[in-house]
Design a protein around this ligand. Structure first.
Ligand SMILES: NC(=O)c1ccc[n+]([C@@H]2O[C@H](COP(=O)([O-])OP(=O)(O)OC[C@H]3O[C@@H](n4cnc5c(N)ncnc54)[C@H](O)[C@@H]3O)[C@@H](O)[C@H]2O)c1
Ligand SMILES: O=C(O)CC[C@H](O)C(=O)O
Length: 354
């Protein structure tokens, strides 16, 4: 197994004895940006241990961060080596986006500034959107055309849109934004309210933007109680809770974590990024998951913004769940978060003009 030293590009060897079994698939190249940051610190282990691409799929990790972080990244590379992970075929740390994105099959775009207490969402947009313009251009040049891209860095939906715009040779369907953390939060809130394990709640939906305008929607969610499936709204029997406390708790959860930790969520964000990419690669069956995808106007949402919908995935392709009834209450919420995305898109395009 080869690990490269940051900055110097010098190779060093790690004695991992038999690392990759012969019957295993060839390694796939996977890039994680913001690799010296907090989310990556949890995410890298999950990717390298087989939790995302499966227990038979070796990975070659490309780690991108900015030049001043190469020293820190060196430490992350050492720790990855010290994990002695059988599926980790190699590591390439770099500050060069074109090197990082070369031939990758999967891209976790995490690297961006997180919001801290007192910062507004707009401050984040102008600081971060340029990163995604530059990275879109680099992906366009050197990534595989079937690369699956997950944008985590905020504002995630709009960053994913900008990245796609600057990578026209890669299909739009390959760009997604992470709302899985919101889905996991919503599922966990419902399970707690119902007093069931989290695995027994499914099909909760996150609509729209990964922001406080998102609409966490339990109206189609299903719970397994006593071996039988039941509608969550019927099992909870408290519409007021589902329309108010539930929605606002999930909408404000990221801000609540920042207020408590003085830092943005990281452990749960990394877990959600793993869930999102695993389901995209390995499929969902008939379970619904929420992903920010380029809107085709489904459910009367604005086209050409990255909007979170319920999707199912098979053979590596996501499909929006169709035919759901949208109540008047939901309509208002879907429109509000759509309006915010249209405004963010315009702000981002203005920033990218400079
Ligand atoms: N979508 C979600 O659900 C969700 C959840 C949590 C956090 N986030 C967002 O994820 C992002 C990362 O959060 P974090 O806590 O890991 O932040 P962090 O500050 O700990 O790490 C970010 C890393 O990105 C690096 N970076 C900055 N510019 C870069 C560039 N141009 N190329 C490559 N790397 C670059 C930084 O040097 C740093 O190491 C933030 O924008 C945060 O708001 C999103
Ligand atoms: O900046 C925020 O308000 C949220 C940070 C992060 O996206 C989260 O959801 O935990």
């Amino acid at each position: 197994m080869s690990f490269l030293c940051c900055g110097t590009g010098e190779k060093f060897n790690v004695d991992t004895t038999v690392v990759v079994k012969h019957e295993m698939a060839a390694p796939i190249k996977v890039v994680v940006t913001g690799a010296a940051g907090q989310i990556a610190y949890s995410l890298l282990y999950q990717v390298a241990s087989g939790a995302v691409f499966g227990p038979e799929q070796p990975v070659y990790l490309h780690l991108l961060d900015i030049a001043p972080m190469m020293g820190v990244l060196e430490g992350v590379v050492m720790e990855l080596a010290d994990c002695a992970l059988p599926l980790l075929a190699g590591v390439l740390p770099t500050a060069n986006p074109e090197e990082a994105f070369k031939d990758v099959s999967a891209a976790f775009l995490v690297g961006a500034m997180p919001r801290r207490e007192g910062m507004e969402r707009k401050d984040l947009l102008s600081a971060n959107v340029r990163i995604f313009k530059e990275q879109g251009q680099a992906l366009d040049k050197v990534a595989r055309k079937d690369v699956k891209i997950l944008v985590v860095g905020n504002p995630a939906n709009t960053n994913a849109l900008i990245c796609s715009k600057y990578a026209p040779s890669i299909p739009k369907e390959n760009f997604t934004a992470m709302t899985r953390l919101d889905q996991n939060r919503a599922q966990s809130q419902l399970a707690a309210k119902l007093g069931v394990p989290v695995k027994d709640v499914k099909n909760v939906i996150i609509w729209g933007n990964h922001s406080s305008t998102q609409f966490p929607d339990a109206s189609n969610a299903i719970v397994t109680i006593g071996g039988a499936e039941k509608s969550v709204p019927k099992a909870i029997n408290d519409d007021e809770f589902l329309k108010t406390t539930f929605v606002s708790t999930v909408q404000k959860r990221g801000a609540a974590v920042i207020a408590a930790r003085k830092m943005s969520s990281a452990l749960s964000a990394a877990k959600a990024a793993s869930d999102h990419m695993r389901d995209w690669f390995l499929g969902t069956g008939d379970r619904w998951v929420s992903m920010g995808v380029v809107s085709d106007g489904s459910y009367g949402t604005p086209r050409d913004v990255v909007y979170s919908f319920p999707v199912t995935v098979s053979n590596g392709k996501w499909k929006i769940v169709q035919g759901l009834t949208i109540s008047d209450f939901a309509r208002e919420k879907l429109d509000l978060t759509g309006k915010e995305l249209v405004e963010e898109k315009q702000d981002a395009l203005d920033v990218c003009k400079d």
